[in-house]
Structures are given as structure tokens and as C-alpha cells.
Design a binder for this molecule. Structure first.
Ligand code: MN
Length: 370
């Protein structure tokens, strides 16, 4: 079915339909301009797990949305499709079928199952590191770590391949995590496809730690890994960060590609009379023509994401976040890909806010991009 026919047959003002797709939308990946890739994976979450449940919960919550977006009216009509991913029943079957946690390579249909099998291994490592399990032997620890690192590498390779295939077909790809380790393969694929790519990284954290807790693909290492593995990303602009180590701060200050706008700095400017629109303009000016948005939900104030693994006080409001994303497109720049990570649907607020951020990201991405 072609795009126009699909739209004609779809009642966008009707009751939300549970068809397994984000927003209950009717588009096939072939017809849509934007495809959404779900990665239900949260193996290395150090504090609170649960973001592996985000894609399913956001799909569920997203059918409640109304489609009129005043800042991107009708943009969804260019088509938003949901790439198939593992449902819980399928994961359970795969999980019981695999005899060892490290059943490689990870296939897209077993991401959640593999994540669930490896999490206890990761928890054992974290427990030992925190001194809560003194009996855990060194070699046991090393074997567990190696299993997790191998699986994470396989996962990222898989995502890179899937994303590259869709990008080669002229689609824009958005990714739904999972924890913040999940978008590395997509970022790589986007930077291989487009020139002049900057990353706008919205987060309470810098995620610049090399191999946090021994995990090479930790949620806390994503931007460190991007800078070392994806040299054609030309700029990393981090906004809203408010919980970071001195080592990360020094690393960022000494790195020619990194620009930071800390949470405190944004607040101070605001207290001194610089309005949010002006701050957004300043931020966006540091980005190149093609922008990849990496959105950690903990960028927002914790009341909007109470379930997320590492909530941090401060944080921006919902409209401030959307206005910043809108400013990218207002400036004539293009959004060439995005991810939304670390939504942990412990409450209805978490999934509902996640779904609405996702819809706004889709709307701005589709608004002027061509
Ligand atoms: Mn974060």
C-alpha cells in the first residue's frame, strides 16, 4: 500500500489502536520516511534496571496520544513505522531454548531475552565491585565480564547492520532503548551515511567514562565510545549535564570536539535574565548542519521520569526540551537520526512522558527534513 492510500484509510482522530506499532500508526517501513528501531536491552544499568521494558510500555502508552502537534503540524503524515522486535512471549521461548547466557550472536528477535539472561551476571559483577560479595572469585568475575562485553559488541554490530540497511534505503532511523549503551551502532551508521554530523546529547550525565565498572559498552560510556569508535562525528554538544566526575570534566575540557552546557550554567543564565529561546539559539549554533539527537530521559526533571535508573534533581521541563529540539530545525539544520534511552516504565508517568517525547522527536525530525 502506498503512503497516501494508507493515510486516507487511517482515522487519525479516532480511538488509539493497539496494533503493536508506536502511536498505533498504520505505516509499513517501506512506505514510511522514518523507521523506529526498538532495543530492549539494559544489561549494564548500575543503579535501577527496567529500561528494557521501555519499548513495549511506550508503544502501549503511545496509543493514547492525539496527533495534532502545534510545533510540527501534520509532520507524522510522512510516515512513522515500527520495525518488528521481540515480544515477551517470543523472548521467553528463546530464553528457555538457550542453554548458556552467552548464546551468540545476538539476533534482533532475542535482544530482550539475552538482556534478561545477562543481567544477573552483570549484577554479580557490580555486587562484587561494591564489596558486597567478597567471595566472588577473580576469574569468575573476568569470565562474566567477558561474556557481557562480547554480547554488547554483538548487539552493537547487529544494530549497526540493521540501521545501515534502512539508511541505505533512504530512511531516517530513530532508536528506542533500552539503556544508553544501545545507540552506538546507529550513531556509527548515521555518521557513515551523512557528512557534517554533530551529536546533540541531552542528559544529566556526560557518559564519558572509559569502560565503567569493566563494561566496555556501559550506559555510562556511550559518548566516550562514540568519540573513540566513530571518528567522523565532528562535534559532541552535551546539554543539561549535572552529575559528573572531575575526570569527565577534565576529559571534556581537553577534548576539541566536546562542547558542554551544564545544567547549572543554563540555570544561572536563566536567573540572570537570559531566556530559554536565546539559550537554545546559542546551543544550536555550536552544531553542524546534520544533527543526531541522543536523548536520555534523565535530561528532564525527575518528576517527569521517576522510574529512570539514575534520576538527578534539576533538569529541564518538557516544553523546554521540545523547544530546544525544535530550534535545531528552526535554524535550518536537519535531524538525521535520534535515540531515546533510559525510560524505565515504573509508573504511568514514565511511559507517557516517554511516548510524548518520542512523538515530538518524530515530528521535528519529519518537519522539514527531505
Ligand atoms: Mn543519564
Amino acid at each position: 500500500m502506498d503512503l497516501q492510500k494508507t493515510i486516507r484509510n487511517f482515522d487519525s482522530d479516532g480511538v488509539g489502536i493497539h496494533n503493536g506499532c508506536y502511536f498505533g500508526m498504520p505505516f509499513s517501513p517501506d512506505d514510511a520516511t522514518l523507521v523506529l528501531l526498538s532495543v530492549p536491552w539494559d544489561v549494564t544499568s548500575s543503579f535501577g534496571a527496567g529500561s528494557a521494558a521501555a519499548p513495549a510500555a511506550i508503544i502501549e502508552a503511545s496509543t493514547q496520544l492525539d496527533f495534532f502537534d502545534p510545533w510540527a503540524p501534520g509532520a507524522w503524515r510522512r510516515g512513522i513505522a515500527t520495525l518488528p522486535f521481540d515480544d515477551p512471549a517470543q523472548s521467553a521461548r528463546l530464553s528457555s531454548a538457550s542453554s548458556h547466557p552467552a548464546s551468540f550472536p545476538v539476533s534482533p528477535s532475542s535482544i530482550r531475552a539475552c538482556s534478561e539472561e545477562l543481567r544477573p551476571e552483570a549484577e554479580a559483577i557490580i555486587k562484587a565491585l561494591e564489596g558486597r560479595d567478597a567471595d566472588c572469585e577473580e576469574k569468575d568475575l573476568a569470565a562474566r565480564l567477558s561474556a557481557i562485553n562480547l554480547a554488547s559488541t554483538a548487539l552493537n554490530a547487529e544494530i549497526h547492520k540493521t540501521a545501515s540497511d534502512w539508511l541505505a534505503r533512504g530512511k531516517i532511523v530513530g532508536l528506542l532503548g533500552g539503556d544508553h549503551s544501545t545507540p552506538l551502532g546507529l550513531i556509527k551508521a548515521v555518521a557513515e551515511t551523512h557528512n557534517n554530523v554533530s551529536i546533540l546529547h541531552l542528559d544529566a550525565h556526560c557518559d564519558l567514562r572509559p569502560a565503567y565498572e569493566g563494561f566496555t559498552h556501559s550506559h555510562a560510556s556511550i559518548m566516550y565510545n562514540v568519540l573513540s569508535d566513530v571518528p567522523n562525528v565532528e562535534k559532541l554538544v552535551q546539554v543539561g549535564i549535572r552529575d559528573f566526575s572531575e575526570a569527565e570534566k577534565n576529559f571534556a575540557d581537553g577534548h576539541s570536539k566536546i562542547v558542554q552546557f551544564t545544567g547549572r550554567q543554563l540555570s544561572e543564565n536563566q536567573f540572570n535574565g537570559t531566556n530559554w529561546a536565546t539559550q537554545c539559539e546559542t546551543i544550536v549554533k555550536t552544531l553542524q548542519q546534520n544533527v543526531y539527537v541522543s536523548f536520555d530521559i534523565d535530561f528532564l526533571s525527575p518528576d517527569l521520569c521517576p522510574g529512570t535508573g539514575t534520576p538527578v534533581p534539576g533538569g529541564r521541563s518538557f516544553d523546554e526540551a521540545i523547544y530546544l529540539i525544535r530550534s535545531i530545525v528552526d535554524s535550518g539544520r536537519h535531524i538525521v537520526g535520534f535515540d531515546l534511552c533510559e525510560v524505565s516504565p515504573q509508573t504511568t508517568i514514565d511511559a507517557s512522558v516517554g511516548a510524548r517525547i518520542l512523538f515530538a522527536l518524530c515530528g521535528q525530525t519529519l518537519r522539514k527534513n527531505s
